[in-house]
Design a protein around this ligand. Structure first.
Ligand SMILES: Cc1cc2nc3c(=O)[nH]c(=O)nc-3n(C[C@H](O)[C@H](O)[C@H](O)COP(=O)(O)O)c2cc1C
Length: 454
């Protein structure tokens, strides 16, 4: 059975020595961020802060490193992509929660709404204010009603008001634009503290017609239990710790930002719509969740990498079945730098695969295709392919005026450009054999046992 809720996963982390309690008082202004940065730097455990100066404890670092990610998926490096692929390919419909949902143990509406009572951290010194970074947003296409979930940042403007940022190519942003066009207000909910696979499912790249709850169910291998929100008709995960229901007001624009973002740079402040909070509901003894974002590698990158790699691999393989693997590394924010392993079937196919990846929703700046003998998660191997399997004048090309990756600090407004590198061996031509000592791995050499200096 999958973890039913965040609490079940925290218990598993604690039992494995992967959750450490910090029982002394901490300030949401930098203490929490510093502690999360520190545990992230040592690939350490998740941290539970019990003295936050509010009524709520805060847990952070739950998605802090690859080891914790594999625990969340109950997978190993060998099984992870197959497991995620199986989940995406076998969606499971959500079910309605029977009875009173735990996420609505406490319901706060009207004058009782005050989001500043939550321990929302400030992460980086130049941030415009406290930010909710670990929330998944539920919103619906205003015409079809198809629900979407994804992570989105929210700045605290006041007790009942939040700043909203969604890139125009993300579904929450598309839903806001669509509703505005129809003269409607978009309703939504920020869901904080869910079971880990529901959280990861928000990062699976799928078509706009996908009902994301089905993907969550598929990844979990069991349906997500949903409950009706209090002030709108949307459904939210019944076992969530905290739910903030809102409507987006696009007529009122307020300065949102800066925020130290996944690119490793601050995104400047600019006028953006506001979310007006219509209700806050939470469980008894609710746990708030923090999530570190900023210069790679942070939780933001860990959370994206597994779902992005598997779903982009799946999308590309539909057209190019000889693609064997895709790596979207953290240094490029899990977005800008994509490496594809592929055995081209005809001349020029590698270039087409590059163009398809460039045209996908990640908007990468670098797409490199290598032969399947290259370990695409080893940058030295990729550099080796680029060094000796590339004639720059014919294998490297630039596509100009591509749409920029959201928040890339160095672009021409909404436009960018993308570099394609075909680092596969020249198609159909003789190419030198790789010179490698054969079978050295199996050569018995007990004198070296235990002497690895890696
Ligand atoms: C921690 C975290 C925070 C994110 N914040 C934002 C954000 O504020 N705005 C945005 O457009 N995308 C943000 N993203 C990226 C989207 O959540 C992600 O691309 C998602 O797949 C969008 O999916 P959708 O288009 O199906 O909603 C964030 C991702 C993570 C992991």
């Amino acid at each position: 059975m999958p973890y039913q809720d965040l609490r079940a996963f925290l218990t598993a982390l604690k039992n494995a020595g992967e959750l450490v309690e910090i029982a002394r008082p901490v300030s949401p202004k930098y203490d929490i961020a510093k502690a999360l940065a520190k545990t992230s730097a040592i690939q350490g455990p998740a941290l539970m802060f019990t003295q936050t100066g509010t009524a709520f404890p805060l847990v952070g670092g739950v998605y802090g490193n690859r080891r914790l990610a594999l625990m969340a998926f109950e997978a190993t490096e060998q099984t992870i992509h197959e497991k995620v692929l199986k989940g995406i390919n076998n969606p499971i419909a959500p079910v309605d929660f029977k009875g009173a949902p735990p996420c609505q143990d406490v319901v706060l509406t009207d004058d009782a709404i005050d989001v500043t009572k939550l321990p929302v951290p400030i992460y980086s010194p130049k941030d415009g204010g406290p930010y909710i970074t670990a929330g998944i947003v539920v919103s619906e296409n205003p015409e079809t009603g198809i629900p979407d979930i994804g992570n989105y940042r929210f700045q605290i403007h006041g007790p009942k008001e939040l700043g909203v940022f969604s890139a125009p190519n993300h579904r929450f942003g598309k839903n806001i634009a669509h509703a505005t066009e129809m003269g409607k207000e978009l309703r939504g909910a920020i869901v904080i503290g869910v079971d880990p696979l529901t959280m990861y499912s928000g990062q699976v790249q799928s078509s706009d017609s996908t009902n994301d709850w089905f993907t969550s169910g598929g990844l979990r291998g069991s349906p997500v239990e949903l409950a009706k929100a209090v002030t709108n008709d949307m459904k939210v995960p019944a076992w969530a710790e905290i739910v903030i229901e809102f409507t987006v007001d696009t007529r009122t624009q307020k300065m949102e930002g800066p925020l130290g973002e996944y690119t490793g740079y601050y995104t400047p402040a600019s006028p953006k719509p506001v979310a007006r909070i219509t209700a806050i509901t939470h469980r008894k003894n609710a746990i708030f969740q923090g999530l570190l974002t900023g210069k790679p590698i942070t939780e933001n990158h860990v959370l994206k990498q597994i779902p992005f790699e598997t779903s982009i691999l799946r999308q590309l393989q539909a057209q190019f079945p000889t693609i064997t693997d895709v790596s979207i590394n953290s240094s490029g924010g899990v977005q800008i730098y994509v490496v594809i392993a592929m055995k081209p079937r005809y001349e020029g196919e590698a270039r087409h695969a590059i163009l398809a990846a460039m045209a996908g929703n990640l908007h990468p700046k670098w797409v490199i295709v290598v032969d399947p003998d290259i370990d695409i998660r080893n940058s030295a191997e990729v550099e080796w392919a680029q060094s000796f399997r590339v004639k720059p004048s014919q294998d490297v090309f630039i596509v100009d005026r591509t749409a920029t990756a959201p928040l890339d600090p160095y672009t021409d407004g909404g436009y960018s450009s993308s570099v394609g590198i075909d680092a596969t061996r020249p198609f159909g031509e003789e190419f030198p054999d790789v010179s490698e000592v054969p079978d050295w791995k199996d050569f018995p050499l007990p004198e070296l046992d235990g002497l690895s200096r890696k």
